[in-house]
Design a protein around this ligand. Structure first.
Ligand code: AMP
Ligand code: ZN
Length: 457
């Protein structure tokens, strides 16, 4: 199996440290708001990785963190903690905000059929591990303390920044406004931030340096090493994590242990909307609830993600999502057509094409092409069934699931879609007309905050 390693900037043959076991760490959500479909593109790519490793016979231990403290609005250690900001916005405590959006996230990833992580760990449950790591770095002379907190001294870590191709070419990661007083270099970063005198945060802890909270990056180094060891196989995240977050994770971990932290770094490219990265801060973003309100199944979005390689940017538009929905419906129809057939050995040629594609750095467009080739071929239906069932273990497109959508005829689905569209366009007259038409066919509509729901009489 070949994977593109950001560290070496090349495709490498993947062999785990301790086969058949694979240790995998994936950076999780900052739970101060709903995650958008851009975030989910990254989690879907990681899920495909897990599923591909599993089908190749590996035993995967996947760790995912929940960032529920310390992620500031600016990546350069200034600005407000996103959780405390969410608390102000909604008039709740930061703890309530974290609990609410963590649950929303878990519901979403279940709807996207993303396999649950083996270890799901919260930053706030691992304060002592983070403090211990900062102490270790301090003992090694890799830190300094200013009024604002404890900082990592990147000047003392000679390998700093080797993950980031831009830095190696001599470009600094973005021009960051630096207002933390006493910071020696712009890339030095906070390990422990002190609560400013006279202030009280919802989330704060005592430490050898005073009352405060951990910097954002330290949680991932501390928890990854706790659950996967000092050196482990694969670490993933979105491409935006390369220059700062993952660069700093390496500095902390390797600074503390003197050993290589991660063998393979994998990064997913952005989902774009209107030619820009889909982002919460930029305002325009689409959630799974938005998608459902327009009559899409979350798995239609998963299908859309397969139309580009994970290291290529992918556009999000409703038209493209519509095409993905149609493609997935056709796949489901093909699955329904062969479902009752007696299983025959899967066609070796198509199976090989599918497997070579996924094991070639998760080439999902190639994998889907192999699926269509098989379905269009003249292999016996029982072989198609065996092939599709195997492919579905990686695709997770709900091809064999009895879901609500499958109980509708294409005309009924079309009526529902048109009604959802009419409602979004505030054409209530047409929406009402379509409701009556659906009722005549025995389908009852209910309008909820999340969009229209239907059931059969
Ligand atoms: P956050 O909740 O902001 O910490 O982000 C969670 C994950 O989503 C990280 O791995 C990010 O790199 C990733 N991410 C954020 N925006 C996008 C986007 N537009 N497309 C793909 N991945 C993204
Ligand atoms: Zn992380």
């Amino acid at each position: 199996m070949k994977l593109f390693n950001t560290l070496s900037r090349s495709l490498e043959e993947f062999v785990p440290l301790d086969p058949p076991r694979v240790g995998l760490y994936t950076c999780g959500p900052t739970v101060y708001n709903f995650q958008h479909v851009g975030n989910y593109r990254t989690y879907i790519f990681e899920d495909v990785l897990v599923r591909t490793l599993k089908t190749a016979g590996y035993q995967v231990r996947r760790v995912m963190n929940i960032t529920d403290v310390g992620h500031l609005t600016s990546d350069s250690d200034t600005g407000e903690d996103k959780l405390e900001l969410g608390a102000k916005r909604e008039g709740k405590t930061a703890w309530d905000i974290a609990a609410f959006y963590t649950e929303a996230f878990l519901k979403d990833i279940a709807a996207l059929d993303i396999l649950p992580a083996d270890v799901l760990c919260k930053a706030t449950d691992h304060i002592s591990e983070q403090v211990a790591m900062v102490k270790k770095l301090e003992a090694k002379g890799l830190t300094y303390t200013v009024a604002d907190g404890v900082y990592f001294d990147t000047g003392k870590f000679s390998r700093y920044g080797r993950l980031d191709p831009a830095r190696l070419k001599g470009q600094k990661a973005g021009a960051r406004v630096d207002v933390v007083e006493g910071k020696k270099a712009p890339e030095d970063f906070a390990l422990w931030k002190l609560t400013p005198a006279g202030q009280k945060r919802h989330m704060e802890w005592d430490s050898p340096w005073g009352r405060g909270f951990p910097g954002w990056h330290i949680e991932c180094s501390a928890m990854a090493m706790k659950y996967l060891g000092e050196t482990f196989d694969i670490h993933c995240g979105g491409i935006d994590h390369v220059p700062i977050h993952h660069t700093n994770e390496i500095a902390q971990a390797e600074g503390a242990t003197g050993k290589p932290f991660v063998r393979f770094w994998l990064h997913g490219e952005f989902l774009l909307m209107n030619a820009a990265k889909m982002a919460k801060s930029a305002g325009g973003f689409v959630t799974l609830a938005d998608l459902k309100a327009k009559g899409f199944d979350p798995l239609d979005y998963r299908c859309h993600c397969y139309t580009a390689h994970y290291r290529k940017q992918l556009d999000f538009t409703w038209e493209l999502l519509d095409s993905a929905k149609t493609a997935r419906r056709r796949l489901r129809e093909a699955a329904a057509a062969v479902k009752g057939e007696a299983l025959k050995p899967a066609c070796a040629e198509h199976q090989k094409a599918f497997r070579s594609a996924v094991e070639d750095d998760l080439n999902m467009p190639g994998a889907l092409a192999a699926v269509w080739d098989c379905l269009r071929s003249s292999v016996p239906p029982g072989s198609k069934r065996a092939f599709l069932e195997g492919a579905e273990k990686v695709l997770a497109l709900g091809l064999f699931k009895e879901e609500a959508q499958a109980l509708l005829s294409p005309e009924e689905q079309d009526l529902l879609d048109r009604r959802a569209a009419a409602r979004s366009a505030k054409d209530f007259k047409l929406a009402d007309q379509l409701r009556k038409e659906l009722e005549g066919r025995g389908i009852i509509i209910e309008d909820t905050k999340q969009g229209q729901r239907w059931r059969k009489k």
